[in-house]
Write a new protein. Structure first.
Length: 181
């Protein structure tokens, strides 16, 4: 990948070393394939990695899945609706079956209209994905959800997009987590 250190995999390995978790489900919504993460977890059956990117493939054991992101120029619905529908169709059911101890959302906003990975998305799509992640984490792993900020090159977009996502996720801050440390 683009980064020198893979924060998601470092966090996963540290949590495992301390005995805090074993199984992790990752949803990667960065515009580009999470190949660095995938390379580091490819042989790990205790990591579900779902990457919404530019290709379609699935590992033999079903724990590594690439889902082709919708092309904004060929849609009958808005890019937000198509992308959110794709996330809803792929991630929650897999996470339900996988039963992770923790869910990680690798949130790349380079998919926003006007950023370099432009898939035509707006804040509405990211808020919808946050809802999906909160609902899924609440159902399968006691609301244990880690959100890692990924790709995005425009600080003006970060300033507009990140605070509302934090506000939505902050509803978890008032409740203690159980089952970790």
């Amino acid at each position: 990948g683009y980064c020198c250190f893979n924060d998601v995999v470092i966090a996963l390995r540290q949590a495992r070393r301390t005995g805090r978790l074993r199984r992790v489900a990752i949803l990667d919504t960065d515009a580009h394939h999470g190949d660095g993460t995938r390379d580091l977890v490819a042989a790990d059956p205790d990591v579900l990695h779902v990457c919404v990117c530019d290709s379609d493939s699935e590992s033999a054991d079903g724990t590594k899945l690439d889902v082709g992101a919708p092309d904004p120029g060929s849609l009958d619905v808005s890019p937000d609706q198509a992308y959110l529908a794709l996330v809803r169709q792929t991630f929650p059911a897999r996470a339900d079956r996988f039963r992770p101890d923790l869910i990680v959302w690798y949130f790349g906003f380079d998919t926003h209209q006007g950023d370099y990975g432009d898939l035509g998305l707006t804040l509405a799509a990211y808020l919808g994905i946050a809802d999906v992640m909160l609902e899924t984490a609440g159902r399968v792993c006691g609301e244990k959800l880690l959100v890692v900020l990924g790709g995005g090159s425009r600080t003006d977009l970060a300033t507009r997009l990140v605070p509302p996502i934090i506000a939505k996720l902050a509803r978890l801050a008032d409740r203690p987590l159980t089952g970790i440390g």
